[in-house]
Design a protein around this ligand. Structure first.
Ligand code: SIN
Length: 518
């Protein structure tokens, strides 16, 4: 088995992982950056709306909006870090260093957009493909930075800890300590051990454990599942945010319809043209996301309709084509001309507000194991995330964590034992069984642990998932490791963690909404 040693091992190359890599390399660390897909195959690339930047008249108003969107549940310390450090993180990296072409007005000022839950215009954007513009520039910089080795085609299998994988049996008496991971090289089928002083989980979201999602393929909470298996603390996992507006057409692949459209005046209506959000919240279509998604779901259940609509008639056709060219083209490809007709939309799983518990410097309760971006939970989002905070969180959490790691590496001592070789059986896994098991997880989560839950639905989800997990574990033990098998094992674990968290929380807040059974 090949063993590769490094200072920082970053698992996941989206905006959080890539920003960490850049900062750590600046601070003199050697970084291995692992991902399955290429540099742009990350949820960050699909972010449309934008990133909060201009917080005039001051940080308090933004802090208030974040807390308000979370229904008072978010962690004030995490909010404080974001509002204090966010604007400089954007300015330093994205504006000054990478000169990203954010949209500007005629006078050259950054154009500011608005989304649900925001009381002011403060979001900068690059048309409706902001995530792509940012990640492309960041990834290019990563690839030209000495000290960072990008490894694509790799899937992390399990974390290495002193208690589980050291060659010294006495290490099991040491505090929980991580020293890297086993990873599958999908090109060769070989298992490689990455041994690192610091291991950083930046694996993004978990939307793909639900049937309908805005997330990239493979987003099944890899970091959450791996961290849980080595004893890391999980928090707030019941709070899965559903985006209210995803393109709906029978047989078509769903895709995100940015909330920025509502920020510019688009209105949610039902099949009869009724503005059903007006009765649900004083901000109507621009209410916090949990409220909009839930109201749509309840309205669809009441009317029996398959979707609601985003009415763009308040927006001029030229403005739509100029400001939202990506959505305009994609809808047109499905026969919907959004300059003339409303967009059919439904909600879909979008963002995990919970995750691996960390402090404000990415530290988990497992020594030398960090988590950043969506994988982590500092409590910033509480029970419901404010729109356009996620890219900002990636920048802020990655920078703070990399700086703290570099500091620790200058003074700290790290034990890096040689892990035992990985043993894997030769038996080929049956792809049909893997696909079917994943579908069963996705249906179970969508129907029983989705936007509207009940104790009985959650209990049923738990029974189904426990049985599935047993079968999947046997499968995992007996078969040759593949990317799909690793994904399935993590998907069922992540799903169970969400269902446990939801079952233990009787309080309706933000994205966690329980109804009484009949
Ligand atoms: C959107 O553009 O609506 C998504 C932005 C976000 O999730 O913050």
């Amino acid at each position: 088995m090949q063993v590769i040693q490094t200072d920082s091992l970053v698992i996941g190359a989206g905006l959080a992982g890539s920003t960490y890599a850049l900062q750590a390399a600046k601070d003199g660390c050697r970084v291995e950056l692992l991902s399955l897909g290429g540099p742009l195959e990350a949820n960050s690339d699909w972010a449309q709306g934008g990133i909060i930047y201009d917080i005039t008249p001051g940080p308090q108003q933004l802090a208030h909006d974040i807390l308000d969107a979370s229904d008072g549940t978010a962690n004030p310390a995490a909010i404080d870090q974001l509002v204090r450090e966010g604007p400089s993180a954007v300015k330093d990296l994205l504006i000054d260093e990478l000169s990203i072409g954010f949209d500007r007005d005629g006078a050259g000022r950054l154009d500011l957009g608005r989304e649900g839950g925001h009381s002011a215009r403060r979001i900068i954007h690059a048309k409706d493909t902001t995530g792509h513009a940012i990640l492309e520039a960041v990834a290019r910089r990563v690839d030209s930075t000495a000290g960072i080795t990008r490894r694509t085609g790799f899937v992390a299998i399990d974390l290495l800890t002193l208690s589980h994988n050291s060659d010294n049996s006495r290490d099991r008496y040491e505090p929980l300590t991580c020293f890297g991971c086993y990873a599958l090289d999908t090109a060769t089928g070989a298992t490689v051990a990455y041994v690192a002083k610091k291991t950083i989980l930046a694996t993004g979201g978990l939307g793909r454990i639900f049937l309908h999602t805005t997330n990239q393929p493979g987003s099944v909470g890899h970091g959450v599942a791996m961290a849980y298996r080595v004893g890391a603390r999980m928090i707030d996992l019941e709070y899965v945010q559903f985006h209210p507006t995803v393109f709906y057409q029978r047989g078509a692949q769903p895709f995100l319809i940015t909330e920025a459209l509502r920020g510019e005046g688009a209105i949610l209506v039902d099949g009869q043209g009724r503005r059903f959000m007006d009765a649900a919240h004083p901000r109507g279509s621009l209410a916090p996301r949990d409220i909009v998604a839930r109201t749509i779901k309840l309205h669809l259940a009441a009317t029996g309709d398959p979707c609601v609509y985003l009415d763009l008639s308040a927006l001029k056709p030229d403005f739509i084509r100029e400001r939202f060219p990506g959505i305009y083209e994609r809808c047109l490809a499905h026969g919907v001309d959004i300059t003339r007709e409303p967009i059919p939309v439904v909600p879909a799983a979008h963002f995990s507000c919970g995750g691996v518990h960390t402090n404000l410097a990415g530290r988990t309760n497992v020594r030398h194991l960090n988590a950043i971006g969506e994988t982590a939970c500092t409590g910033l989002h509480g029970a419901n995330r404010l729109a356009s905070t996620s890219l900002l969180e990636c920048l802020v959490s990655a920078r703070a964590t990399a700086q703290a790691d570099a500091e620790e590496m200058r003074s700290g001592e790290f034990r890096l034992p040689t892990p035992s070789p990985w043993q894997s059986p030769d038996h080929e896994p049956d792809p049909l069984l893997i696909r079917q098991d994943l579908l069963q997880i996705q249906h179970t989560m969508w129907n029983y642990a989705g936007i509207i839950r009940s104790p009985r639905r959650l209990a049923r989800a738990r029974r189904i998932l426990l049985e599935l997990r047993e079968g999947i574990q046997a499968f995992y033990r007996d078969c040759r490791l593949t990317r799909e098998l690793i994904e399935l094992r993590n998907a069922v674990q992540t799903a169970l963690l969400i269902v446990y968290a939801a079952s233990l929380n009787p309080v309706n807040k933000g994205c966690h909404y329980l109804v009484e059974e009949d």
